[in-house]
Structure formats: structure tokens, C-alpha cells
Design a protein around this ligand. Structure first.
Ligand SMILES: NC(=O)c1ccc[n+]([C@@H]2O[C@H](COP(=O)([O-])OP(=O)(O)OC[C@H]3O[C@@H](n4cnc5c(N)ncnc54)[C@H](O)[C@@H]3O)[C@@H](O)[C@H]2O)c1
Length: 271
């Protein structure tokens, strides 16, 4: 895939899928702006990329802070001479804020915080990346949705609402930015093994049962890994996907392709 020389900004890339994408893109010749709220993690990702001979820099950015988002895009432009790819990866689940996940017990503040990062953060990053993306002839925005953009899950009211909205925002931006030659796509992962999933499982009343719920519908009987998603993001960024726009890609081991559980097929899921 020809992402060699492309300039990426990846939000929330100090860990998980964002970190995996930063490393894969850099290993293929992209220049990567790593950003996160966790500076130690973000800098560690940059150090790993540099040690492997890649190009990356780190900048602190909370995607809910408009001034920090504006500064992030300007910093990427001054370091790399522009931006080709905005990967809106940063996201949180309500279980990372509080254990109160029921409709009666979850606070309005928790609900708004999730929407703030997962939805408004995506919109803010697109808004401030736009002037730079306009100057690129291979520009795209790639948004992190979720299978919860498309299907119901227990204890995911704020998260699912935000991810459903991100999927729709993707389509609206694809329409509005078409004349600028900027593609906007969204991908919807199933269960990918990252810290977010570990915390979600810890918060579940019965973590084992929740793990089963999360993997029992995967036709590929394992959790996904960050690199699985990173491969898709690199494809969506590359010129090979130039006719893909406003699209919603599931990357879920086949989970949403059917209605059933692995025991029906005589299969067992691995952790
Ligand atoms: N892991 C999964 O199974 C899964 C499934 C579907 C969708 N996703 C989505 O993929 C994305 C990445 O998930 P992950 O599992 O790698 O999560 P993660 O928790 O492992 O990593 C997320 C990163 O985002 C950072 N972050 C949190 N709030 C931020 C903010 N306000 N501004 C900037 N950075 C912030 C965190 O510090 C962290 O480094 C999220 O949008 C998530 O919703 C993940």
C-alpha cells in the first residue's frame, strides 16, 4: 500500500488501536503526529517509531479542547508541511468514567463526557484539520465507529449513541467535503484487545459472561488485535481506496454477519 510519504494525525494514539496504527503507518513510510492526553504513553509510541527508523512526533491534545485541537493541526503542518490523513481514533466508554452504567444511575455528566470525546472531538478535529486537508491531493478523514454504531449492547447507552452519531457524521462530512476532494470514511470494530476492553470487562458485573458475549459471535473465534484495525485504516488512507467514500466498514470477525453463537457451530472462542 502506497502510504509512503503521507502525513497522518492520529488522536488518542498513546495506546490501543491508535498506537497500533501509528506504528504500522510509520513502518510503511508515513510521517505520524502522535497525540494523546497521556503524554508518557504518547512519547513512548514516538520513541518506538523513531527507534525503528520511522518518522513521528508527539503533541499533547485533548480532543475536547478546541484550542489544543487547533494547535495540534498547526503543529502537524509545521512539522510535516501539511496533513493528508486525519485518523479520529480517540474514544472513551462510560465504564472508564464511573461504574454507574444503568439509566437511573449514570449521571448526565458521564453521558456528556462520552459524547464530548467520541462525537464532538471528531467534529472539532475535522474542523481544524480542514484547511490543511484541502491543500492535500490525497486527503481523507477516517473515523472510529464501533459495532455499537450498528447494533445494541448492554450498558453502552452513551458509547453506542456517540458511535451511531459518528457513523452518521461520517456520511454528512463525506457529502460536505466532496467538492474539496476529501474522502471521509468510518470503520466499526468488534471486540479488539486493548486497555479499553480490559477496563470494560473489569467493570462488568460478570466479566467472564461479558467476555463470552463479546466474542461468542465472532466467526473468527478470537478477539481482534490493534494491528487488524490498523491494516484497515492504512488501506482507507491509501490511494488504493480512492473510490471508497462515505463508507462504513465493519471489522468484527464476522460478528454482525449473522445471528448466532459459536456453540451452534461447534466452535469455541479464545480470549
Ligand atoms: N477496543 C475495542 O474493542 C473497540 C471496539 C470498537 C471501537 N473502538 C474504538 O476505537 C478507538 C480506540 O479504542 P482503544 O480500544 O484503542 O482505546 P484505548 O482506551 O486503549 O486507547 C484510547 C486512547 O485515547 C486516549 N484518549 C482518551 N480520551 C482522550 C481525549 N479526550 N483526547 C485525546 N485522547 C484521548 C487515551 O489516553 C488512550 O491512549 C476508540 O474510539 C474506541 O471507541 C474500540
Amino acid at each position: 500500500m502506497t502510504i509512503d510519504g503521507m502525513r497522518f494525525v492520529i488522536t488518542g494514539s498513546g495506546a490501543g488501536i491508535g498506537a497500533g496504527t501509528a506504528k504500522l503507518a510509520a513502518s510503511r513510510g508515513a510521517s505520524v503526529m502522535v497525540s494523546d492526553t497521556n503524554d508518557a504513553n504518547g512519547q513512548a509510541v514516538v520513541d518506538e517509531i523513531l527507534a525503528a527508523g520511522g518518522t513521528a512526533i508527539y503533541q499533547h491534545c485533548d480532543v475536547t479542547d478546541e484550542a489544543q485541537v487547533e494547535a495540534l493541526m498547526a503543529a502537524a503542518d509545521s512539522a510535516f508541511g501539511g496533513i493528508d490523513v486525519l485518523h479520529n481514533n480517540a474514544g472513551i466508554h462510560e465504564s472508564m468514567i464511573s461504574g454507574e452504567l444503568g439509566l437511573e444511575s449514570m449521571s448526565r455528566d458521564s453521558f456528556e463526557k462520552v459524547l464530548g470525546v467520541n462525537l464532538i472531538g471528531v467534529w472539532l478535529c475535522a474542523k481544524y484539520a480542514l484547511p490543511y486537508l484541502r491543500s492535500s491531493d490525497q486527503a481523507s478523514i477516517i473515523n472510529a465507529g464501533s459495532t455499537s454504531s450498528l447494533s445494541g449492547y448492554p450498558q453502552c447507552q452513551a458509547y453506542g449513541a456517540s458511535k451511531g452519531a459518528v457513523m452518521q457524521l461520517t456520511k454528512m462530512l463525506a457529502v460536505d467535503l466532496a467538492a474539496d476532494g476529501i474522502r471521509v470514511n468510518c470503520y466499526c470494530p468488534g471486540s479488539i484487545h486493548t486497555e479499553m476492553v480490559d477496563k470494560f470487562l473489569e467493570a462488568a458485573p460478570d466479566p467472564r459472561a461479558m467476555l463470552n458475549t463479546m466474542t461468542q459471535t465472532h466467526l473468527i473465534p478470537r478477539m481482534g488485535q490493534p494491528v487488524d484495525v490498523a491494516e484497515l485504516v492504512c488501506f482507507l488512507a491509501s490511494p488504493e481506496s480512492q473510490f471508497v467514500n462515505g463508507a462504513v466498514w465493519t471489522i468484527d470477525g464476522g460478528s454482525l454477519a449473522w445471528r448466532g453463537t459459536l456453540d451452534v457451530l461447534g466452535m469455541e472462542a479464545q480470549a
